[in-house]
Design a protein around this ligand. Structure first.
Ligand SMILES: [Fe+2]
Ligand SMILES: [Fe+2]
Length: 429
């Protein structure tokens, strides 16, 4: 082991021991058995939750601090620190092996951080004489706990030559400070549950928070795999149909703006935008000659290409995470007057996402043109949208699209050619 690391570990062990003696001499006999056992058990269960329940998420935002905040109020600094040191013990599976100095270091850090947090709580409480709910004292305690904990850990990571050298101290703390804010608020909720409703309720809230976190984590994973699926589909569409290369991406970009203009909720908009990105996926089943034909399509060819909406729907209908949005894909060629395909739905029978997509899809065709048709100018596009409003397009949505165009939102897209392919679009909320 590195000499500096050895020296550092010795310092931490000594410091923890001295603080243990000092606090112990004042508080060791002020011992509330029930509370000490309750909080230690709560921490132990949470620290080992992923092992017990085979949970999919590791405890990302650690629940240690939120639980400890209540101990700072209920217990004295000595016992709060002991609860912290003992309760955070992880009973790991054998794989990683037991490293005694790592184990001791973790105990020492949890002891010192909690002792500092509890003392900060008492100090602030005494100074401010905060009556009622101790918001400020708990905030001070969280901050001090957070600083001591992370500085001590940062130093050991630094000395042990982990990746951390590439991350500056400021970055390291910036990333972690997000956890601090969450921890503080969760801590406040837990403390309030404990004070007003007792131990059982406190435990229930922890379980509830854990379930919610798991839910969000799995949702996050779903979104990630969704994005990957969409990216692969985009490649497939582009390789099949060079002429419309980038079409789905551009339509998604227009759809994003139109959803925003219409004031749709973020969740709803995201779903529609996601469909926009793959709305023509069904074209992979359409005959190459039809797709690549540079002449105006014959009636048979047109019938063939019309099938892409149903093909796309069939292709994706068994993928669970895509299910909800598929109606939008299936109906993106329905028309307001009921003469569209595949089902001839009219007006509000058509899902709103499909009505939006129909407009943004056509807008891209108008502005990029086809081999047999030159792209339209800004004025011509607006005119075209006006003409088709009420027949092909939902008049209200078309009016909003026209507003966007008039306000110059898509001016770059009328310049077409190189600019469009270079257009970097990112969807940000
Ligand atoms: Fe289409
Ligand atoms: Fe399309």
């Amino acid at each position: 082991m590195d000499k500096n690391l050895k020296l550092y570990l010795t310092t931490i062990f000594t410091a923890a021991f001295l603080v243990f003696l000092r606090l112990g001499s004042s508080y060791i006999f002020d011992f509330a058995l029930n509370e000490v056992l309750f909080f230690t058990a709560a921490l132990l269960i949470l620290s080992n939750m992923s092992m017990l329940f085979n949970s999919i998420s590791k405890v990302i935002t650690s629940m240690n601090l939120p639980i400890l905040l209540t101990t700072f109020v209920v217990l004295n600094p000595f016992w709060a620190a002991v609860v912290s040191a003992v309760g955070t013990t992880e009973f790991k599976t054998r794989e990683s092996g037991f490293i005694w100095f790592k184990f001791l270091f973790n105990r020492a850090v949890f002891f010192l951080s909690a002792a500092a947090g509890a003392l900060a709580f008492n100090f602030t409480q005494a100074r401010l004489g905060e009556s009622g709910f101790p918001f400020s004292a708990l905030l001070a305690a969280s901050l001090i706990y957070f600083l001591v904990d992370n500085i001590l850990v940062y130093i050991v990571l630094y000395l042990a030559e982990n990746d951390i050298k590439q991350t500056s101290l400021i970055n390291y703390f910036f990333e972690l400070s997000k956890n601090l804010v969450t921890s503080y608020f969760i801590g406040i909720i837990l403390f309030a549950s404990y004070i007003y409703f007792g131990k059982v309720f406190f435990a229930l809230v922890i379980v509830l928070l854990y379930v919610i976190k798991d839910f969000f984590y799995s949702r996050l994973q779903q979104i990630n795999s969704y994005t990957q699926i969409v990216e692969s589909f985009l490649k497939v569409i582009d390789s099949k149909d060079h002429y419309t290369e980038g079409h789905c991406k551009r339509v998604a970009y227009y759809t994003y703006h139109l959803c925003k203009q219409l004031g749709l909720s973020k969740t709803k908009s995201e779903k529609i935008i996601n469909v926009a990105k793959i709305h023509d996926i069904g074209k992979i089943y359409v005959n190459d000659e039809v797709l690549k034909s540079s002449d105006k399509l014959s009636n048979t060819q047109y019938q063939e290409i019309k099938k892409h909406a149903v093909y796309g729907y069939q292709l994706l209908k068994d993928i669970d995470i895509l299910k909800e949005e598929l109606d939008v894909l299936l109906h993106h060629h329905e028309r307001w007057d009921g003469t569209g395909y595949p089902d001839g739905l009219s007006e509000k029978e058509i899902p709103i996402g499909a009505r939006i997509l129909n407009i943004t899809d056509s807008f891209d065709v108008m502005t990029t043109g086809r081999s047999y048709k030159a792209p339209l100018t800004k004025m011509e596009t607006i005119e075209e949208l006006e003409i088709c409003s009420g027949s092909q397009f939902d008049p209200e949505i078309a009016a909003e699209m026209i507003k966007l165009i008039e306000d110059g939102h898509f001016d770059n897209n009328f310049l077409r050619e190189d600019l469009i392919s270079e257009y970097q679009f990112s969807i940000e909320y």
